[in-house]
Design a protein around this ligand. Structure first.
Ligand code: SF4
Length: 273
């Protein structure tokens, strides 16, 4: 999460009256890979910013260590909530199954908000779908907590849909394809999110997409390297136009809209030719 936004989310939860906040200390979620270092420090940063305002439940998630240690961390969380080891393990298995269902749903070309709507048929989807026959296809890159957040992304997805473009995200691609593409990079990318973005960028260059947009937000440290690698690689491997949209607290909405409109116009012009 862009850390600046994260402070706001925690503040909102505390104001809403919660007394415990689940905030895992994420170090590694895949073998031989790491999460951005800012995630490791989040529980400490929040505890320092909101002293005695909420209890932070912060199990360490580090899959570079043995699974036994990971389950021991889970059991500690369960104990704190009054659950036996067996109950904790069962809850973990159910959570994992739910996560897999959600990921398969996204890989079907769907959006997170549509999943919520599918679970609760009374909730109307927040996603504006493109026209029945979108006349452009755009591959979107960026951290999921940026591109799915209407504020952090300045609602770029809905804006593109309104302009008649179909939008693909990293989550819609097959994980096996992303991994197969990621291993083609000469040097192993050890950040999990960066690896997924690089693999997806390479995959887009082999797909019929009209353009690629990379949304980076709030001075992201890992994106400063990944965006550069993506830009060079896409340019070397294809003629696909790219737009890097850097959004922070100083970005004006009108500027983002203008850049998106200009990019989409240019893609249409190219296609017409
Ligand atoms: S620096 Fe980038 S990858 Fe790290 S937490 Fe912030 S947005 Fe996420």
């Amino acid at each position: 999460m862009p850390v600046k936004i994260f402070y706001g989310h925690v503040s909102w939860l505390i104001e809403a009256g919660v007394d415990s906040i689940f905030l895992p200390r994420l170090i590694s979620v895949a073998p031989k890979e790491y999460i951005c270092p800012k995630f490791m420090g989040l529980p400490d940063m929040m505890a320092a910013a909101f002293p005695n305002r909420a209890r932070f439940i912060a199990p360490v998630v580090n899959l570079t260590l043995s699974p036994r240690l990971f389950y021991r961390e889970l059991e500690k969380v369960g104990q704190g909530l009054g659950c036996t080891a067996k109950e904790t393990r069962k809850a973990w298995d159910e959570a994992l199954a739910a996560q897999k269902r959600f990921q398969s749903f996204l890989q079907g070309g769907n959006w997170p908000a549509e999943y919520e709507a599918e679970q609760d048929r009374d909730t109307e989807s927040m996603v504006t779908r493109p026209l029945d026959n979108p006349n452009l296809r755009i591959g979107l890159l960026g951290h999921s907590y940026v591109i799915y957040d209407k504020l952090a992304s300045m609602d770029a997805v809905s804006r593109l849909h309104h302009m008649g473009a179909e939008v693909l995200t990293v989550d819609m691609l097959s994980p096996a394809r992303i991994e197969a593409q990621a291993v083609r990079w000469p040097k192993r990318m050890f950040w999990t999110s960066g690896r997924r973005i690089l693999g997806a960028a390479w995959e887009y260059t082999e797909m019929p997409v009209d353009g690629i947009i990379y949304i980076t937000a709030f001075g992201c440290g890992t994106d400063s390297l990944t965006a550069e690698l993506v830009e060079r690689t896409v340019r070397r491997r294809s003629q696909i136009p790219q737009l890097i949209l850097n959004i922070d607290e100083h970005t004006g909405e009108a500027g983002v809209v203008t850049r998106l409109e200009a990019f989409v116009d240019m893609l249409r012009w190219r296609r017409a030719r």
